[in-house]
Design a protein around this ligand. Structure first.
Ligand SMILES: O=C(O)c1ccccc1NCC(=O)[C@H](O)[C@H](O)COP(=O)(O)O
Length: 273
């Protein structure tokens, strides 16, 4: 039986084939944003008070509609004001309701580094990421070979883009251990059952070498989970639905960041006592 990733990737191959004919690679390279120097997301995540990479997603295969009315510009500004370390923008239309317009509008609305959240299977999508203002791309180990991860991460690096490589298990981790990958994200969501389990991050943490920034992805809806994951070495936390399901995602992000700050303060007081 095909899982959801197989389905998404099969559709993505057709989409990229069409897009390449409509917008030639040479035009992507003429985008004014192609000249922009990308921000290194690992640096801003480390420097932020929260470690949060907050996502803009309208729908998902696991939750169906999350927020069809959210305005990407308001949300991008809200995420920046909340003190987050980066923003993730879904650009897949069919399954997540996203678009490249969302990416470029987010770019125009905040100075956070932007992750193009896409199912990358072709260099063309990496060039597109750069042309539309992204700072970072996602590579999903479940759908790429070790050779492809090496090749696409080196290609992204040659454009100045950072690379977040996503894994679900130990077998996938081995494919991602190349120096052109900056961050390794453990996805807590099982993409066959859609079940979310934070233990996935905890169980893999020790095996991720120190040179990669560790990111825990999916299913985080409580600031206490961040505090719980930090002793395992996680410095980045990718959070989408928790903010996007609210009528005002920017306000939800602000409240979450305030709660997290309070927890950090309480923890440091306890450590001093
Ligand atoms: O979210 C899904 O249903 C999904 C299904 C298939 C492939 C990817 C999927 N999600 C992408 C993500 O990685 C999440 O959007 C991201 O980690 C944020 O997760 P959450 O905080 O649970 O929205």
């Amino acid at each position: 039986m095909r899982n959801i990733l197989d389905q998404i990737v099969a559709d993505k191959r057709k989409e990229v084939h069409l897009r390449k004919q409509v917008l030639l690679q040479e035009y992507l390279e003429k985008s004014p944003l192609f000249e922009r120097t990308p921000i290194r997301m690992a640096d801003t995540v480390r420097a932020s008070t929260t470690g949060i990479i907050a996502e803009f997603k309208r729908r998902s295969p696991s939750k169906s509609v999350i927020n069809q009315n959210a305005n990407v510009q308001d949300v991008a500004q809200g995420y920046e004001e909340a003190g987050f370390g980066g923003m993730s923008v879904l650009t897949d239309g069919k399954y997540f309701g996203g678009s490249l317009d969302d990416l470029i509008l987010a770019r125009a609305s905040c100075s956070l580094p932007l992750l193009r959240k896409e199912f990358i299977i072709d260099e063309y999508q990496i060039l597109t990421a750069k042309a539309y203002g992204a700072d970072c791309i996602l590579l999903i180990a479940a759908v790429l070979s070790a050779e492809e991860i090496k090749h696409y991460s080196a290609f992204a690096g040659s454009l100045g883009l950072s690379v977040l490589c996503e894994i679900h298990g130990e077998d996938e981790l081995q494919k991602t251990l190349v120096e052109t990958v900056d961050m390794i994200g453990v996805n807590n969501r099982n993409l066959k059952t859609f079940e979310v389990d934070i233990a996935t991050s905890k169980n893999l943490a020790d095996q991720i070498p120190k040179e990669f920034l560790k990111v825990s992805e999916s299913g985080i809806s409580d600031p206490r989970t961040i505090v719980e994951l930090m002793p395992y070495g996680f410095e980045g936390f990718l959070i989408g639905e928790c903010f996007m399901k609210e009528h005002d995602p920017a306000l939800a992000a602000f409240k979450f960041a305030e709660e997290l700050k309070t927890l950090h303060t309480q923890k440091s007081i306890r450590l001093k006592e």
